[in-house]
Structure formats: C-alpha cells, structure tokens
Design a protein around this ligand. Structure first.
Ligand SMILES: [Zn+2]
Length: 216
C-alpha cells in the first residue's frame, strides 16, 4: 500500500533539475523523491518538455557552427539520469540512493553523531552535502537552525516537528528562518535523506540555476 505524499518539491527545484544545473546532492534528492512521487514526476516531465521545445526552436532559427549538434547531444547524454520508479519490493532506499550506497540499508556505513542518531555522508560534489540520517524510534534530533537550505525526505518511519508530520516520501524544506526539533515516531526507527547547500547560500545560487530558462 502506498501512503499519500503530502509534502512535495517546489517548482523551482524541479525546473533547476530539468535544466541539469543543481548540485549533485540536490539532484540526488530530486531523483529520489521523483522515484516515490507520481505527482512530482508528472510536473518534472512537463519541465523536461519545455527544455525540449527550447532546443528544437534553437535548431530551427539559428545557424550554428560545425559540430554544435554533436556537442549538444553529448551534453544531453551527460545530463540528469533517467528516474526509474522505485522497486515495488520492500526496499527502503529507492534506486537512485541504492546506486550511492551500493545496496539497501544494510550497505549503509553509519557513523554515530550522538544521542543514538547516526549519519552517513554520501559521496557528491562539494557544492552541497547529502547524508542519510538514522533517528531511533522516539528520539529527537537536537534543535538546530540552518545556514542555507536543508531538504529532508523520509525513507522509513516518520518524524514530526514544529512544522508538521512527515512520512515516507515527504520532503521538509527548511531555510535560515527555521529552528526545529524533528522527533521520530515511537513505532519505528526513522531513516531520512538530508541535503544541505551550506556554505553556499541557495538563494544566491538560484539565479544561476535559472539562466537556461531566462534565455527563453
Ligand atoms: Zn512530490
């Protein structure tokens, strides 16, 4: 049975993902959410279609130097990976995350960070950080604020904080203005994917992310 996802990605993030300009950690978050969320996958596909139209129009209206088409196609080939729907099995980690840890939760190399909470930093480019978080059932992550933007998506169990309750697939988007104390549900250990853009400020990054669309 699929629970209904209530907390989704923003259009800004989906557009930047379609443009292929997100830091790797954020790409991973988007790809993982899309593999669980039909709603966002449909929106992401519509942004992909916009990108396709732009390419087609440029091909028709401008003359380009020799080799441009091949170079463009090579860039497209390097672009964001196609998102496959999650395996219908009992896997906790959707496919994009399994690719990073080399398997399901048993393959995660946890490091304790205190109070029973564990984390595993995933190997991505340095502009942003992706980590898996393990919060024991009933435990709280110490109250914290954020230097930049932090996206947290639940993969197993659920957590609640001052904002709302978050189940598998739900994404919480926190920024500098938010102080919160996420607490895992008592019934099950909670596993989350969290990405942060510190020390970069995401707000400063956004105009660059949108350049491909601003040129339309
Ligand atoms: Zn969604």
């Amino acid at each position: 049975m699929k629970n209904e996802i209530k907390h989704h990605l923003t259009d800004d993030l989906l557009m930047a993902y379609a443009a292929g300009n997100l830091p790797e950690a954020f790409d991973l978050m988007v790809a993982t959410h899309l593999s669980l969320c039909d709603h966002c996958r449909a929106r992401a596909e519509s942004f992909d279609a916009v990108g396709g139209c732009v390419l087609q129009e440029q091909d028709a209206s401008a003359s380009m130097s020799d080799g441009s088409l091949a170079a463009t196609m090579a860039l497209i080939a390097q672009g964001a990976p196609k998102v496959k729907p999650a395996h219908p099995s009992c896997a906790v980690l959707p496919t994009p995350l399994q690719d990073y840890v080399g398997g399901d939760v048993n393959a995660i190399k946890w490091k304790p960070v205190g109070m029973g909470v564990k984390q595993a930093i995933l190997p991505t480019t340095s502009e942003a950080t992706a980590r898996l978080l393990f919060i024991p059932a009933g435990a709280a992550v110490p109250d914290h604020s954020h230097k930049g933007i932090e996206l947290t998506m639940v993969l197993q169990g659920a957590f609640s904080d001052e904002i709302d309750r978050f189940d598998r697939g739900d994404v919480e988007i926190a920024d500098q203005s938010i102080h919160h104390t996420p607490t895992a549900d008592i019934s099950e250990d909670c596993i989350c994917l969290a990405v942060t853009d510190a020390p970069l400020k995401f707000s400063k990054l956004m105009p660059r992310l949108f350049q491909p669309f601003l040129r339309i």
